[in-house]
Ligand binder design. Structure first.
Ligand code: ADP
Length: 262
């Protein structure tokens, strides 16, 4: 609030970008980045001819380079803008393209915000139907400053069915509501693990915990993503399931989320 009072930063539109969708989670490790990537690819698949960008605003732990199998530094245009790196038809920008993989990000809040601001503004995004933002986890100044600096059309909150994740997801959703960003809904990740051998279903992180939260927040569950080896393996290879295995039930689960977000 103090930072906002100091007038940092002021909301300005992103020219050429039609819809900005923030993918957020209260807690880390719940599958936010994996969802952001598969949602971006899902939107491009469901909405043919649409142009989609993906911004990794998780400056402390950028995972988009690995998930999208991208490395290298962006070219700089004559207008002094960074050109996004492309893979699978998605324009991507990440702090991971600008720093060494092993370099620790030891920045103060204001530096983080100015870095995020650069990733938003000093990038030649071109015309985009959708810009997906992989938000940093939590509900601090950086998250707030993003919602204050650009017109976010809606937020998708990723959570597991576990109590700890749900508590933080609620906080995340409340933050967006406070700053008048509509919460498009929840994605419940890792609700069920289906044994590939005997098909027995196990609810490792609890069962349907997000249902109650969705009711309380008066938002819908946009989709359920199973806990599946394929998702983890393909993510680690930089071949997200939506592009590498589009017929699989896991990919279809993400595509359903994309169809609801459109
Ligand atoms: P976050 O962005 O919330 O920190 P990530 O998307 O990086 O989380 O996911 C954390 C880990 O869990 C990664 O190793 C990822 O591959 C894995 N993961 C995420 N969702 C699933 C899923 N549905 N099934 C299996 N593994 C998953």
């Amino acid at each position: 609030r103090q930072l906002m009072a100091r007038g940092l930063p002021k909301q300005r539109p992103m020219p050429g970008v039609k819809q900005i969708i923030a993918v957020a989670s209260g807690k880390g490790g719940v599958g936010k980045s994996t969802t952001a990537v598969n949602l971006a690819l899902g939107l491009a698949a469901v909405c043919k001819n649409s142009t989609v960008g993906l911004l990794d605003a998780d400056v402390y732990g950028p995972s988009i380079p690995k998930l999208m199998n991208l490395r290298g530094s962006p070219e700089v245009t004559t207008e002094n803008q960074m050109r996004p790196l492309m893979n699978y038809g998605i324009a991507c920008m990440s702090m991971g393209f600008l720093i060494e993989e092993s370099a620790p990000v030891v920045w103060r809040g204001l530096m983080v915000m100015s870095a995020v601001e650069k990733l938003l503004r000093q990038v030649a995004w071109g015309n985009l139907d959708y810009l997906i933002i992989d938000m940093p986890p939590g509900t601090g100044d950086v998250q707030l400053s993003i919602t204050q600096s650009i017109p976010v059309s809606g937020a998708v909150i990723v959570t597991t069915p576990q109590d700890l994740a749900l508590i933080d997801a609620r906080r995340g959703a409340e933050m967006f509501k406070k700053v008048n960003v509509p919460v498009l809904g929840l994605v419940q990740n890792m609700n069920v693990f289906r044994c590939p051998k005997c098909h027995h279903e196990t609810h490792i992180f609890g069962e349907d915990g997000a249902q109650q939260l969705a009711l309380d927040l008066d938002v819908e569950i946009l989709g359920d993503i199973p806990l599946h080896l394929n998702i983890r393996e393909k993510s680690d290879k930089g071949q997200p399931v939506v592009v590498s295995d589009p017929e699989s039930p896991e990919a279809i689960a993400y595509l359903r989320v994309a169809a609801k977000v459109i």
